[in-house]
Design a binder for this molecule. Structure first.
Ligand code: SF4
Length: 84
């Protein structure tokens, strides 16, 4: 979400998503962003999130779309940074 350009954003540089885009014929199991996501948990590595509509024009495909949840101490303890 930090990589999306916004008209009211005063930053001169966007935050890139670290790592490389996976090969389309060798996609990871679970969430396709898990290898590059600093919030990935064991659930992210094992299951692919479904696409959920959050308002009239917006959809999300993430188990933890709320920033407060992702940044909570409980969530940080559950973060798995690599497939294990
Ligand atoms: S936190 Fe969301 S984007 Fe990140 S790996 Fe899990 S489901 Fe994917």
């Amino acid at each position: 979400m930090y990589s999306i350009p916004r008209l009211n954003d005063v930053r001169t540089k966007l935050d890139p998503i670290p790592g490389a885009v996976p090969h389309p014929l060798d996609l990871p199991k679970g969430c396709k962003f898990a290898p590059r996501c600093k919030y990935a948990t064991a659930k992210c590595w094992a299951e692919e999130p479904t696409l959920e509509q959050v308002d009239e024009h917006q959809f999300v495909r993430c188990f933890y779309p709320e920033k407060e949840v992702r940044n909570s101490a409980e969530h940080q303890k559950a973060v798995v940074n690599h497939e294990s």
